[in-house]
Design a protein around this ligand. Structure first.
Ligand code: ATP
Ligand code: MG
Length: 139
């Protein structure tokens, strides 16, 4: 499903994420790219809620904790590699445990490090278009 949509509020991006979630089946790695504040975490709220793994409000940025787990039994993971500073730190995150059994793994700033998995990948790019407008592309 290659898509290109424009949203005009955080709520619209969350709603798009809820619909997008219906196309996801574990195991899958969802790579979110886009500048700071482009809406990656906001979109993740919709994806996690759409997967019935947590409520929107329970989904917060894993900027400091680096990895959040939602749903019973490791169903959905949400990571953010922005503050991971070295390959050594990246390798001590324990991501091999995350990829040990089928799940839906959503990653922000994954382009910083090589993720070692054969899982299918879906890429989503978010772009600022001025004000509250954002372009969302899957590729
Ligand atoms: N159309 C929109 N879609 C998504 N977020 C929007 C939109 N309009 C405004 N916003 C606001 O932009 C901000 C996006 O922040 P968010 O934390 O989701 O970005 P991020 O890409 O995860 O940033 P970071 O790289 O710092 O983790 C939120 O405050 C959100 O309310
Ligand atoms: Mg974020």
């Amino acid at each position: 499903m290659d898509e290109d949509v424009i949203t005009h509020s955080a709520e619209e991006t969350v709603a798009w994420g809820r619909a997008f979630a219906k196309s996801l089946q574990a195991p899958v790695l969802v790579l979110l790219t886009g500048e700071l504040g482009s809406g990656k975490t906001t979109l993740t709220k919709g994806i996690v809620a759409g997967l019935n793994a947590a409520e929107e409000d329970e989904v917060t940025s894993p900027t400091f904790t680096l990895l959040h787990e939602y749903g019973a039994g490791g169903k959905v993971f949400h990571g953010d590699l922005y503050r991971v500073e070295s390959l050594h730190d990246f390798e001590t995150l324990g991501l091999e445990d995350v990829f040990a059994k089928p799940a839906i793994v959503i990653m922000e700033w994954s382009e910083k490090f090589p993720l070692k998995t054969e899982w299918p990948q879906v890429r989503v790019r978010l772009e600022h278009l001025g004000g509250d407008a954002r372009r969302i592309c899957t590729f």
